[in-house]
Design a protein around this ligand. Structure first.
Ligand code: PMP
Length: 410
C-alpha cells in the first residue's frame, strides 16, 4: 500500500496537491474569506437565487413539513409527490414528456449515460429478447464535462471523441460507425470555454445518422432562452431526438440534477438506472427551493437582464485591452492566458485586490491553454466590473504579457 504515500508525495512535490481556499460565506457574488470581503467572478450562482428570500422561505417550508432529509431511496419508500411535481415542471421547461431527478448533476450524467445503453440488458431479466442485436456508440465533444466522460466510460459502449464543436469531425465519426444506436453527447454551454454547442446542426446530423443528442445544459439552464429553458430554448428547439440534462446547483441555486426525455426513455431509465432508483435523492427543502427558482426565473426577468447587461459591459470594457477572450456568447467569458505560471500570477494579483477569479489549468484544460474563467453575475456592480478590468489593464501594462498562440473563437 506504499504507493499511495509515494504518489501523494510525488504530486505534492510537483505542486499538484495544494490547499483549497476555505471561505466563510458563499458568493452572492461578494463573499468573506480570511476575514476580508472578496468579489467573486467565478460563481455559478448566476442570478443570486441561492440567497433569494423566496427560496429560503420555501426551503424552510419544506424543512418544517418533512425534516432535513429523505432517508429512503426513490423506488423503496422514498417517492414523495413533490418529486413528481418537480419532475413535471422540469419536463415542461425542457418541452419533453417526462423528467427524472437525481441527487446531483454529476450523478445524473454518470447514471443516465451508463444506464441508457444497458436498458435491453436489464430487460432480459424480465425475459425480453431483442429482435436484432443492438450495439451502441457515444460521440462526445473533447471538452465535455468530466461527469459525461465518466458516464460514457461506465456504459462500456463504444466511445468516439470529436474535436471541440467540430461538426465535420463528428460527421466523419458518425459515418464510420457501425453501431446500430448512436448517441451524440455535448455540453450545451461548455463549462471551461463558455461557448455554445451548435445544436441545430448537430440535430441535422442526428437525423441523417439516426442518432440521439444528449445535451448537458448545466450552465444554460436558467440562463439562456426566454424562460431560462436553456440552450435548447435559446435555439428554439423542441426535437424528439433531444435528451436534455441539467443541474439544479447553478442558476437555480440549490442542488440536484435531472434528465428530461421522451416517455419511453424516461420509463426505461426509471426502471433500469440504479443512480435514479437506488439512492436517496434531493432533500425535500431543496425540491421546494428549486421549484420556486423556476418560477422566480420566469417572474423576475430583470435578474437575467442584469446578468446579460453585465456580460455585455465586461466584454465591451475588455475590448480596450489586448487579452484574448475565448468566447463572448454566454456569462462564462474565459480570458486565455496560455502559460500556467502567468495565470497563477495574474490570479494572485487579482486576489490582492480582493477579486476572486478561478485560474483553470491542466488537467481541467489542455496544457498551455490556462485561463482565468470569468463568470459574470446578475449581482455584479459596474464598479466591481470596472475594478476587474482595471487590474487586468494594469497587469497588461506592467508586465511582459505573452500573447497566447491560440486564435480566439467567438
Ligand atoms: N455538467 C457540467 C457541464 C458542469 O459544469 C457540472 C458542474 N461543474 C456538472 C455537470 C455537475 O453538476 P453538479 O455540480 O450539479 O453535480
Amino acid at each position: 500500500m506504499k504507493e499511495f504515500s509515494e504518489i501523494s508525495t510525488w504530486l505534492s512535490s510537483r505542486g499538484a496537491v495544494h490547499a483549497i481556499p476555505v471561505v466563510e460565506t458563499l458568493p452572492q457574488p461578494t463573499f468573506r474569506m480570511n476575514d476580508q470581503n472578496f468579489v467573486s467572478f467565478s460563481t455559478n450562482n448566476y442570478l443570486g437565487l441561492a440567497q433569494h428570500p423566496r427560496m429560503i422561505d420555501k426551503a424552510r417550508e419544506g424543512l418544517e413539513r418533512y425534516g432535513v432529509g429523505n432517508c429512503e431511496s426513490r423506488l423503496l419508500g422514498g417517492d414523495l409527490d413533490i418529486y413528481d411535481q418537480l419532475e413535471s415542471k422540469l419536463a415542461r421547461l425542457k418541452k419533453k414528456d417526462t423528467a427524472l431527478l437525481f441527487a446531483t448533476g454529476y450523478l445524473t450524467n454518470l447514471g443516465a449515460l451508463s444506464a441508457l445503453v444497458k436498458a435491453g440488458q436489464t430487460a432480459r431479466i424480465y425475459g425480453y429478447r431483442a429482435k436484432k442485436r443492438h450495439s451502441y456508440a457515444f460521440f462526445s465533444d473533447e471538452y465535455n464535462h468530466i461527469s459525461i466522460r465518466e458516464g460514457i466510460r461506465l456504459s462500456d459502449a463504444d466511445r468516439q471523441t470529436y474535436r471541440h464543436r467540430d461538426l465535420g469531425h463528428l460527421e466523419n465519426l458518425l459515418k464510420e460507425s457501425t453501431a446500430s444506436s448512436k448517441i451524440i453527447v455535448t455540453d450545451g454551454v461548455f463549462s471551461q470555454d463558455g461557448d455554445i454547442a451548435p445544436l441545430p446542426e448537430m440535430l441535422d446530423l442526428a437525423e441523417r445518422f439516426d442518432a440521439m443528442v444528449y445535451v448537458d445544459d448545466a450552465h444554460g439552464t436558467g440562463v439562456l432562452g426566454a424562460n431560462g429553458g436553456g440552450t435548447t430554448e435559446y435555439f428554439g428547439l423542441d426535437h424528439p431526438r433531444l435528451i436534455c440534462m441539467g443541474t439544479l446547483s447553478k442558476a437555480y441555486g440549490a442542488i440536484g440534477g435531472f434528465v428530461a426525455t421522451d416517455r419511453h426513455i424516461g420509463d426505461l431509465l426509471r426502471l433500469t438506472c440504479p443512480a435514479y432508483g437506488f439512492t436517496s435523492t434531493l432533500p425535500p427543502d431543496q425540491v421546494y427551493a428549486v421549484s420556486e427558482a423556476i418560477d422566480i426565473v420566469a417572474e423576475e426577468p430583470e435578474r437575467r437582464q442584469r446578468l446579460w447587461e453585465n456580460q455585455r459591459y465586461f466584454v465591451r470594457s475588455m475590448s480596450r485591452l489586448s487579452y484574448k477572450l475565448l468566447s463572448t456568447s454566454t456569462p462564462i467569458v474565459p480570458i486565455l492566458v496560455g502559460d500556467e505560471g502567468a495565470t497563477d500570477v495574474l490570479s494572485e494579483r487579482l486576489r490582492k485586490e480582493r477579486i476572486h477569479v478561478d485560474s483553470v489549468k491542466f488537467p481541467a484544460v489542455p496544457r498551455k491553454q490556462a485561463r482565468l474563467r470569468v463568470i459574470l453575475n446578475a449581482g455584479h456592480t459596474r464598479r466591481q466590473i470596472d475594478k476587474l478590468v482595471w487590474v487586468l489593464g494594469e497587469y497588461e501594462r506592467s508586465s511582459f504579457f505573452p500573447a497566447p498562440s491560440l486564435s480566439a473563437v467567438a
